[in-house]
Structures are given as C-alpha cells and as structure tokens.
Design a protein around this ligand. Sequence first.
Ligand SMILES: C[S@@+](CC[C@H](N)C(=O)[O-])C[C@H]1O[C@@H](n2cnc3c(N)ncnc32)[C@H](O)[C@@H]1O
Length: 256
Amino acid sequence: MRDSVWVQWEDNAEAFADLIADQGTPHNREILNPCVQKLLGDVKGKYLLDAGCGEGYLSRHYARLGARVMGLDFSNSLIELAQSKTAEEENIEYVVGNICNLDSIPDATFDSVLCNLVLLNVSCLNDAITEFYRILKSSGTLVCSIVHPAFNFYGPGTWEMGEKNPVTNRRRGLYFKVDNYLDEKEFERYWKTRDGEKFPQPITFFHRKISTYVSTLTSAGFVIRAIEEPLPPPENDFFIRERRIPFFMVFKAIKE
Ligand SMILES: C[S@@+](CC[C@H](N)C(=O)[O-])C[C@H]1O[C@@H](n2cnc3c(N)ncnc32)[C@H](O)[C@@H]1O
C-alpha cells in the first residue's frame, strides 16, 4: 500500500518514534496503557498481534510480560526502527503489513490482538475488524483503543482555552466545544515533536461515531465485553482537563 496515508507515516516515522521514545507519551503512560493492560489480562504464553505497532514499545512491553508477539505495521521505516530497538532474544517478530488485509496470516492464529490508537487512522475500519476476527482463535481477545470520538480534537471538537498554568505548563480548559459529532469525516492534523516542532507531514484521522465502532465490532461477530473511558491518576495536576472529559476510549471484544 503506497497511498498518501502511508507516505505520511513513512515521512513522520522518525518524528513519531522520537515522540514515543520507547515509553509512549504521558497520556499513553498515565491514562491509556494501564487500562489496555488490564483489559488484555495475563498475556504470559499467549500469541499476541500488536497491530499497527509503530516503533514497537508495546510489543516489547508485552513480550517482557511473557507473550510471544508479532508487531505489524505498514510503515517500513517504523518496522525498521522497532527492530533496531529490540534485542535479539526478545520474543518478537516484526512484519510489514496492512491491517486492512492480513491475507498472509492464517485463520485462528492469535490468542490476542492489540490495536492501540490505530483504527482512527485507517479508512478500512470494517475490513480491519473483520480481519482481526478471522485471525483470532476462538475465545480470543481484541483490545482496541482510540482517542475518544466525542471529545476529540481530531474531529468535531476543541477546548476553549484559558490561561497557562506555570507549574504544569498547560492551559486551563474553560469548556470543550463539540459540534457535528454525527458527521463522520476525514481530518488532517499536524502533530508536534517534544520541542514543539511540526512533524514533516500532517496525519490523517477518521472521525467516527461510537455507535459505528460498536456496530462494526458486533457485525463482524465480536461480543463486546467492556468499553472503558480511562481516567488519569488523581494526584497528577498535569491532567486536570482529562479528569473532566475522557481522552481515550478502549474496547475489549471476544471472538465467541
Ligand atoms: C498513532 S500510531 C500508534 C502506534 C502504536 N500502536 C502505539 O501505540 O505507539 C498509528 C500507527 O498505525 C500505523 N498504521 C496506520 N495505518 C495502518 C495500516 N493500514 N496498517 C498497518 N499499520 C497502519 C502507522 O504506521 C502508525 O505506526
């Protein structure tokens, strides 16, 4: 696949890997990852697909917890970076592949599929979910996370900001404005590096309703076991805005 979205991730690969830096952003670390890990459950001895693995920090995390991991991403550059960050003895195989079509993977291969912050970047939601269902073993678990569609500035909303808090260096949120939530759309946004520089290319996002995610999962045959809107730790003032409005949404679905 060599379309414009692929070119974006290729050109942004180094900037993205620097931002993630083998550990994820503060939002990933403090809010999302503990919830994802809880929903995945004990991965020891399980065969896990990290679908859209990026620079692979979650592949490495779950391999260290005892999973056998396949880290798959359509960006050749990100897969190369992931490989360069992984020791040979770690139980991870990295593969260049597209979650829209996983033909090279036989049916019923994996115990678990993790798709962390990827589905909002793909146009092929239905194909990806159908493929995840096919390659999971019976009773296998899919955990997928997205930026919360209702309060997502890659879509129909944005914060009205107040003054900057000199301690956290973040601006106060006055209120979050949402409009046209029902209008499913493609957006482009530039991400910034840790130094505040724009990424070389914008990133494409697909805004979808929560009900679209739910109906896509259930139409593919999944039973949804949990939908979570994880909270940040209460003691961290950096996340005052994220204690008022959920930043992420996480689904756990089972192939039954
Ligand atoms: C926001 S990043 C998340 C990366 C990783 N899951 C994480 O949590 O750090 C989205 C990733 O999805 C990958 N991606 C986007 N579309 C894809 C597709 N159709 N097939 C496979 N990977 C894709 C991008 O290359 C990028 O690595």
